[in-house]
Design a protein around this ligand. Structure first.
Ligand SMILES: N[C@@H](CCC(=O)N[C@@H](CS)C(=O)NCC(=O)O)C(=O)O
Length: 210
């Protein structure tokens, strides 16, 4: 039984989708971030950064959403949520997953929490620049989907789960992923998946989803 520590709508969404795609027994533990539950000693013992998500898989405890997605895909190779190791599509999956987590997600986090890097007087300037940067990041993702149903290869992978989570966050920005010609239909396609619909239900989120 996997246990995923999570909070609705946050970085735990991609691992949550992956658990549901795998249809494996799992428990989602929602921590009350407003109450600071993710900074309590009990949780810090699992994740010293006090961030969500964290996965518990027997004796293994890991954090970082992308690492959790890869681990889950590797534990259940028969599900095909990641191409086989050594296959060119596996390299493409690494490329997009790393780009998503270390570049797109990093800038999105600063857009949502500018107080972490700047004084309030600079929030607007910082956000305008981040919006430019993020538009330039979503553009190649949009192009990669041209003529393709999924980001990597010819089936849904963990890269789609991850991109869905981040593309959905862009609904708060002036330039939204959903307005791009290929990302828009792709978002609708992902949202229709039973695993994704189930995730929204469990996370208590309602439409519009992205
Ligand atoms: N790179 C980490 C980021 C995790 C992260 O920052 N999660 C946010 C929620 S989206 C969080 O827990 N924030 C609480 C905090 O930073 O104190 C991952 O992808 O797992």
């Amino acid at each position: 039984m996997y246990r995923l520590y999570n909070s609705p709508g946050t970085a735990g969404m991609a691992p949550h989708i992956v658990l549901r795609e795998l249809a494996v027994p799992h428990e989602i533990v929602f921590l009350d971030r407003d109450a600071g539950a993710h900074k309590m000693p009990e949780y810090l013992a699992l994740n010293p950064l006090g961030r969500l998500p964290t996965l518990v898989d027997g004796d293994l405890v890991i954090f970082e959403a992308a690492a959790i997605c890869l681990h889950l895909a590797d534990r259940h190779p028969e599900a095909g949520l990641a191409p086989p190791v050594g296959h060119p599509d596996r390299a493409r999956l690494y490329q997009w997953l790393m780009f998503l987590t270390n570049t797109v997600q990093a800038d999105l986090m600063v857009w949502f929490y500018p107080e972490r890097v700047a004084d309030e007087a600079h929030f607007t300037d910082a956000r305008v620049r981040l919006e430019e940067r993020l538009a330039a990041m979503f553009a190649p993702l949009d192009r990669a989907l041209e003529g393709h149903d999924w980001l990597v290869g010819d089936r849904f992978t963990i890269a789609d789960a991850y991109l869905f989570m981040l593309a959905r966050w862009s609904r708060n920005l002036p330039r939204k992923a959903r307005d791009l010609p290929h990302l828009g239909p792709w978002l609708a396609r992902v949202a229709e998946r039973p695993a994704v619909a189930g995730m929204f239900r469990v996370e208590g989120l309602s439409a519009p989803y992205y």
